[in-house]
Design a protein around this ligand. Structure first.
Ligand code: NPQ
Ligand code: MG
Length: 377
């Protein structure tokens, strides 16, 4: 067995570009390609892969690919140089750096992958998974017309997705939701995501969504407006769910104390990693708050880890853990494929997926190597 904790030796920071099968429009813009940052970590044992969820531009949150790469190379990896650490030890080593949670999470994922391969354990079992299949939902972008939206939703329902999420924004909310609810019937779970596109003054308008029996409305107001979300929640029947606002366990606890949300979207990248994600899961479970696993158009690398997390007992709502072909014709791992509306939790060691090096190489747009320890002489 390899020594534990592992010594971190070097990391390749690789930017890849994956074309999307169809443009994805949200209240902050339209994406046609996914530029993703990968971390390939070398240790004195197995290597490990991590994926950073930051977007190419700082539109969903303030982090973005080039910024995350700069923070990883210039501020995070230097703090790990020559260290022996496991994923749990990263908090102490990287804690002096404020924020940059998506960058930290990418390193954590790579360390988890390497350390769990060394221990011959799966990430799912390490995190506390209790299922080997997870219910999947799908996030459906804003479209040019309601018929086009209804067609797309029908396709996803036919593919087996167990929950539909519609992206909304002012001017694309009540009527699209009405049409989709009519098309899919009352029993298919339906929710909406505003990505912070409204203000508290829109409360009366958003209450018009109450008649459609939505599971939840996700992040209607801006990231910083925890108290305003609480005020809005008191004016809606539809439960409020927070995404962008929940950047840590501390913020989550305060949001729950204030009554700002009744449901939490957990995205490991947004909260600084899988270990913090599990702590948020545990808190919500204690307080009877349902959680679900969000998505950031991950490749198979990040998707594998999300599916493992979504197998924890508190993840009682279907996540945005869609199949690979929802976004990509060619994924960086063997594709995740729906099985009756569910994805299978990887059971192999570490992330439990094989990274297809030839696909990564084909899609690579930049690569740099960061050395963390002197080469053996
Ligand atoms: C959300 N994701 O829940 C996000 C937002 C989002 C699946 O709805 C490129 C990379 C484009 C990340 C578009 C889903 C993106 C992105 C939207 C994340 O709010
Ligand atoms: Mg969201």
């Amino acid at each position: 067995m390899t020594p534990h904790p592992l010594r971190l030796l070097a990391a390749d920071l690789i930017q890849v570009e994956l074309p999307l099968v169809t443009p994805f429009r949200t209240s902050f813009g339209t994406q046609t390609v996914r530029r993703a940052l990968l971390v390939h970590l070398y240790t004195d044992g197995p290597d490990g892969w991590g994926e950073c969820v930051a977007m190419e531009e700082p539109l969903y949150s303030s982090e973005y690919v080039a910024g995350a790469e700069a923070v990883i190379a210039g501020h995070l990896l230097p703090r790990l140089a020559g260290r022996k650490t496991d994923a749990a030890g990263l908090a102490l080593l990287l804690g002096a750096v404020r924020g940059h949670r998506m960058a930290k999470a990418a390193i954590e994922m790579a360390v988890l992958d390497a350390e769990l391969r060394a221990q011959e354990r799966s990430l799912a079992s390490h995190l506390g998974a209790v299922r080997d299949l997870v219910d999947c939902g799908v996030s459906v972008g804003i479209m040019d017309s309601i018929p086009e939206l209804v067609d797309a939703v029908r396709g996803y329902v036919d593919a087996g997705y167990r929950r539909i999420k519609l992206k909304i924004e002012p001017g694309w909310d009540v009527e699209p939701v009405r049409a989709v609810r009519a098309a899919i019937g009352p029993s298919t779970p339906l929710q909406v995501d505003a990505n912070a596109a409204y203000t508290l003054a829109d409360a009366g308008h958003l209450a018009r969504l109450d008649e459609f029996d939505l599971l939840l409305i996700e992040q209607p107001l801006s990231e910083e407006q925890i108290a305003a979300h609480a005020a809005l929640a008191r004016q809606l029947i539809t439960p409020v769910c927070l995404d962008e606002s929940i950047v840590s366990l501390e913020v989550c606890a305060e949001a729950l104390d204030l009554g700002a949300c009744a449901v939490v979207n957990i995205k490991p990248g947004r909260v600084g990693g899988y270990l913090e994600a599990v702590r948020i899961h545990d808190l919500c479970r204690e307080r009877g708050i349902p959680v679900w696993c969000g998505g950031m158009l991950e490749t198979g690398i990040g998707r594998a880890a999300n599916v493992a997390l979504a197998a924890l007992p508190g993840f009682t709502l279907p996540g945005d853990t869609s199949a690979s072909d929802r976004y990509y014709r060619l994924d960086l791992t063997p594709p995740f494929v729906l099985e009756d509306g569910r994805l299978r939790v990887p059971a192999g060691h570490g992330l439990g997926v094989e990274v297809l090096r030839e696909v990564v190489d084909e899609l690579t747009v930049s690569r740099r190597t960061c050395r963390l320890a002197p080469l053996p002489s």
